[in-house]
Ligand binder design. Structure first.
Ligand SMILES: Cc1ncc(COP(=O)(O)O)c(C=O)c1O
Length: 369
């Protein structure tokens, strides 16, 4: 069949690899013949979606024959009010992922450079590859902390965007507010910073900033946020960016007309005000994160203090085999090789009983390694 196809894809595609997500529950159930499978692999909210979002979706179902609002006006206004911004400083997207691609499409030309402290979320590099831009990785230090001076030192005439994932996926570490300010104040004005704060709601550290004060002050900064994590809406795909209006205007030029579906818009607008769900979700993670640390301490496992709903643990050379053996027991986590961390596992915080089962399975495996 394929011999009839002589159409060549763009050259840029030669280097692009598909995103590798956490394994879905159904796949592990069918591969291993298991009924009960626990997924601690995609940093989802184990408490489920915001109940207010579910109510809003049910009301909106009867209007599904209508196109959604192509500018997500109501949601934009709700977000803007929440963060004390103007509605034209917000863009709503089909998940944070779409925002990352749109930013690349709007700002990157072939030959441009982006700076990415790593290891980190892979989608920034994906956006750069899509546009033929080059990714310059500035390594995090040995404790996976950001080195603001090294980031600034990596700037060249070709640098267009600096991506800061804070708190960072997969390490859980963050950029301190003073370092963010230092970077913003030091780099040339032609460079934009994207601060990815997908996990900001889980941060308990006072030195952290989600960057909104710098957006309000007019810095060339775009803050990414998502409804996939704390609000529990990963399945419906909605996220947003907040930036000075001029930056938002450029991104709107490459946005598809109806990028965010009607159910996602109404669900997100309700979820943002669902303080009870947010507080419950924060409390669960704060408590369970500590319990996971305590279990790791007992087992003599090294880990990185996390400001997110996941923990990066160093399991050593056996970590891939441990990952596979956990899966065979019906527990899905992520092996660090996706991020060039073959000695590590990343474990999302689940419900208390799920975390207990993970620790019990891990203890059993370690006992026999
Ligand atoms: C750091 C980071 N940014 C952005 C996203 C994108 O989230 P979504 O596209 O679900 O909004 C994720 C998802 O895992 C993430 O970990």
């Amino acid at each position: 069949m394929n011999e009839k196809i002589e159409v060549k894809p763009r050259k840029a595609l030669e280097v692009m690899k598909p995103y590798s997500p956490g394994k879905p529950i159904w796949e592990v159930q069918s591969e291993y013949g298991l009924q009960h499978v626990i997924k601690l692999a995609s940093n989802e909210n184990p408490l489920g979606p915001s109940p207010k979002a579910i109510e809003a979706i049910q009301i909106a179902l009867k209007d599904l024959h209508r196109y959604p609002d192509n500018q997500s006006q109501l949601l934009k206004k709700t977000i803007a009010d929440y963060y004390d911004l103007h509605a034209d400083q917000v863009i709503v997207t089909n998940g944070g992922d779409e925002l990352i691609t749109l930013v690349a499409e709007a700002f990157l030309d072939a030959g441009d450079e982006i700076i990415v402290p790593g290891p980190t979320f892979s989608e920034y590099e994906f956006g750069a590859q899509l546009m033929g831009a080059k990714t310059i990785v500035v390594p995090l230090n040995d404790a996976f902390q950001y080195d603001a001076e090294a980031i600034v030192a990596a700037v060249t005439d070709r640098t267009k965007i600096i991506y800061l994932c804070s708190p960072n996926n997969p390490t859980g570490t963050y950029v301190a507010q003073k370092d963010l300010k230092y970077i913003l104040d030091t780099i040339p004005k032609r460079i934009m910073v994207m601060l990815d704060t997908a996990y900001s709601h889980y941060v308990s550290e006072e030195l952290y900033s989600d960057g909104m004060e710098f957006v309000r002050a007019g810095y060339p900064l775009i803050v990414l946020k998502t409804f996939s994590k704390i609000y529990g809406l990963a399945g419906i795909r909605v996220g947003y960016g907040a930036a000075p209006q001029k930056i938002i205007q450029s991104i709107l030029q490459v946005k598809e007309p109806f990028n965010v579906n009607a159910l996602a818009q109404t669900a997100a607008a309700s979820a943002i005000g669902d303080e009870e769900h947010v507080l419950r979700s924060q409390a669960l993670v704060a408590k369970e994160r500590e319990r996971m640390y305590a279990s790791f301490d007992q087992l003599g496992i090294k880990y990185t203090q996390s400001m997110t709903n996941f923990v990066l643990a160093e399991l050593g050379p056996e970590s891939e085999s441990i990952y596979m053996r956990l899966m065979a027991k019906g527990i899905i986590v992520r092996h660090g090789k996706t991020w060039g961390l073959p000695l590590h596992l990343r474990i999302s915080i689940g419900m208390p009983e799920e975390n207990d089962q993970f620790i019990a399975a891990l203890s059993e495996i370690l006992g026999s390694v």
